[in-house]
Design a protein around this ligand. Structure first.
Ligand SMILES: Cc1ncc(COP(=O)(O)O)c(C=O)c1O
Length: 279
């Protein structure tokens, strides 16, 4: 999105991306390059999202006379969270209209399920429903089934720490050093979570759970087979929760899942894990 916007307005654009993510999100890298943006590989730390955000912030503070920083999630210092959440809220501005058209009103029992990495798509998906009875369910990345590593600070009781200029629940060691994460989904593979979601959890306005890599892959398979969509691995985590919940619900209850990304960017991972990828 950012590279497209930069191209439209004739601006130079650098995208900081972890070296591991450059490899596992190859189609995204190709699209960014096609738009004329420069990819800056980040080779520090785990070479994923968390390191890319750190490196981007370092670049920005050293070049703030000539550069703006854009953050693709509701993370970082306060104003970046606000800019991002306001932008992503467009989805719920449209969704609330569609829900009213479809059901004549907002259903009494409505669950809005969204995956949560930094938390931007969930914040946007829920925004217009904040003052309604809608139940919010955020699904973090539980990581591989047989591993202690995950990217689910809220589900696993992580303590408050500081990451990227904001206090938040964050995976950390006893000394407060940021801990390692693991997830099949590059977009959810982040040790922290937006302060916005920390607040929604503490206020009990939203519930948070996690889905494992394996559950997300299974959900991807099922949804791609039965629905006319092909979700990326991030929303596949949300679909995994919907698949767990749906059999327990009455027919009057409504679930809406935000299929917030397309599987094309994950085709290499899906091909490797499932043996085939077809759209
Ligand atoms: C398709 C998609 N969905 C969700 C996310 C997770 O981000 P957030 O938690 O900010 O919504 C990402 C992050 O890159 C993504 O690419």
């Amino acid at each position: 999105m950012l590279s497209m916007a930069a191209k439209k307005f004739g601006l130079k654009c650098k995208i900081f991306m972890g070296a591991k993510d450059i490899k596992r999100q190859r189609p995204n890298v190709e699209a960014i390059k096609k738009n004329g943006a420069k990819i800056v590989p980040v080779t520090t730390g785990s070479q994923t999202l968390v390191d890319a955000v750190s490196e981007c912030m370092r670049y920005w503070v050293s070049n703030c006379d000539t550069a703006h920083m854009c953050v693709g999630s509701t993370v970082g210092p306060n104003i970046f969270i606000k800019i991002c959440a306001w932008s992503t809220a467009q989805i719920s501005r449209e969704l609330i209209k569609q829900v009213k058209e479809e059901f004549g009103r907002i259903p009494d029992k409505l669950k809005l399920i969204n995956c949560v990495g930094g938390g931007s798509s969930a914040a946007g998906f829920w925004n217009e429903f904040m003052d309604t009875n809608a139940e919010f369910i955020g699904v973090e990345a539980g990581g591989p089934k047989n591993s202690n590593l995950h990217a689910a600070p809220l589900t696993n009781g992580s303590k408050i720490g500081i990451l990227h200029g904001a206090a938040q629940y964050v995976i950390q060691d006893k000394e407060g050093q940021i801990g390692s994460t693991e997830s099949i989904s590059a977009g959810l593979d982040y040790p922290g979570i937006s302060p916005l979601h920390c607040f929604l959890k503490d206020a009990k306005r939203a519930k948070y759970t996690s889905a494992s890599d394996e559950e997300a892959l299974k959900a991807y398979q099922l949804v791609s087979k039965l629905e006319n969509i092909s979700p990326s691995l991030e929303p596949s985590h949300a679909f995994a929760e919907a698949i767990k919940l749906a059999p327990k619900l009455k027919s009057s209850e409504v679930i809406i899942v935000n299929s917030c990304g397309d599987s094309l960017k994950d085709k290499d991972i899906i091909q490797r894990k499932l043996g085939s990828y077809a759209r």
